[in-house]
Write a protein that binds this ligand. Sequence first.
Ligand code: HEM
Ligand SMILES: *[C@@H]1O[C@H](CO)[C@@H](O)[C@H](O)[C@H]1NC(C)=O
Ligand SMILES: *[C@@H]1O[C@H](CO)[C@@H](O)[C@H](O)[C@H]1NC(C)=O
Ligand SMILES: *[C@@H]1O[C@H](CO)[C@@H](O)[C@H](O)[C@H]1NC(C)=O
Length: 536
Amino acid sequence: MGSESESVVQATLQKAVGLLQVAFVWFCGLSVPQQISIIIAAPFVYSMTWQFLFSLRKDRVPLVPYFIPWVGSAVAYGTRPYEFFGECQKKYGDIFSFMLLGRVMTVYLGPKGHEFVLNAKLADVSAEAAYTHLTTPVFGKGVIYDCSNSRLMEQKKFTKGALSTEAFRKYVPKIADEVYKYFRNSKNFSMNQQKGGIINVMETQPEMTIFTASRSLLGEEMRAMLDTDFAYLYSDLDKGFKPINFVFSNLPLDHYRKRDHAQRTISSTYMKLIQKRRDANDIQDRDLIDSLLKNSTYKDGTKMTDQEIANLLIGVLMGGQHTSAATSAWLLLHLAERPEIQQELYEEQMRVLDNGKKELTYDLLQEMPLLNQTIKETLRMHHPLHSLFRKVTRDLPIPNTPYVVPKNHFVLVSPGYCHLQDEFFPKANTFNPHRWDNDAKSSYATGEEVDYGFGAISKGVSSPYLPFGGGRHRCIGEHFAYCQLGTILSIFVRTVKWKFSPKMNGVPGSDFQSMVTLPLTPAEVQWEKREPEQKV
Ligand code: HEM
Ligand SMILES: *[C@@H]1O[C@H](CO)[C@@H](O)[C@H](O)[C@H]1NC(C)=O
Ligand SMILES: *[C@@H]1O[C@H](CO)[C@@H](O)[C@H](O)[C@H]1NC(C)=O
Ligand SMILES: *[C@@H]1O[C@H](CO)[C@@H](O)[C@H](O)[C@H]1NC(C)=O
């Protein structure tokens, strides 16, 4: 910097300091009530002025006006995001911004928005900057959103080693075994003693999900730990995985301490198992742990440490837990209302499994289109993640508009909103698995493909149906989820019939305030064994 401009800066600074001094002297001369009013009014005045100046700029997206500084539209967005988006879309179109707890979020609705956000360039947006506060304390360091994007892409590749067709063939019998065990042993089923009962799907489905995922992805030893006090640690970790962490990732409160303790204890338990298998040279093809023991060396030769492998295990399990648990809860609730679809699914089971003479296998699951379509329709109506975020890291122009999203703002995309528009899905609010007749695959790449380092995926992401996202952050758990949900639902349909409990009044509305969109309580179904009775 030249000495000339330096002196200009100094002069400006001096003037500013001078002005502040004058303002301070003036402020001190006021009465206490006057001073208090100014302190209270200042943020409002600042916020109004900021909003006014923002609205004057032609290169800024329309901003949803708000009254309470910093908080902005947090209440409307946080409690009923889809209604909020719908109202904004009417007023401003597909592109608008809103204030959310001090962050400016730019929303781009519809298929073009999917492309804009999910296929944004790596240099323009960052998922890790948007998610790390939430995920890193829960998963641990060095993985997922606590590392570079290229590391994440390789971690996804390592993980996919345990998500192959070969692996699924091994998982299906284990998942089935866990479901039957749950039918026998859990209190509200106890199927050896009872012919019917009432279950709360928000209690049963998270349990079934963690039992089946742990048994298949982490192996027998870790599944067995869930029958001990160790299970409480998962529950403590889970309670630390809440949207509030986006804002406060660490506070000196009990549940944050419990979360951190659970992360340390669970990861060190995984590390002990890793060490044990390594010491005994017992590395096979059983589960994700074996798979990562074989393949977790980055392209540059760096090996993932055991702590990082353990953290990745936590991250992957956590990524699948809430999403699958919520989906299976919604599945049961929609079917409770539709006995005729239960019956059709039952007939599909009987046809493919030769009247129940065949055991369910991964290959037989592939012959059950209606089963897939039921899962697919559930994910359409209940996208577990109503919003996906990225932090903008470089001024980002929005194609074919005058707008630029400035660095440090966020972009938000909501495939779940698109899933519920009549324009894309006629009678979008009706649960109809048959809308997918002749289109039973969970998803497919149409046209060109691209590989970000974890296998080829669809290059375009402008489909209105994106339950698993798209682009470099696309889900790798899709086929596992279909395998797990398909097995659980097959066994339900063959073993029991179910309807709503007397407490219920149709399919519940959505609770958008947890990590995934969950059914509001009560969420109970009443089951009875099918005739002729199935072995459990
Ligand atoms: C019904 C079940 C599931 C749904 C609807 C779902 C949905 C999603 C979505 C929408 C994303 C993209 C997030 C973003 O772009 O910000 C994602 C990413 C991911 N999911 Fe899933 N998921 C499901 C199950 C699973 C399962 C079972 C696993 C693990 C076995 C898993 C592991 C992952 C991973 C590792 C990522 C990548 C994160 C990234 O690259 O940033 N998911 N999932
Ligand atoms: C392990 O990773 C290497 C290098 O990326 C790959 O070529 C190989 O197929 C992987 N092996 C397994 C068993 O997945
Ligand atoms: C068992 O049923 C009772 C109501 O009958 C319910 O309050 C409880 O949450 C249920 N437990 C599970 C695990 O579904
Ligand atoms: C159901 O979806 C799974 C997962 O994508 C797929 O592998 C399978 O082929 C589908 N089944 C049918 C009958 O389309």
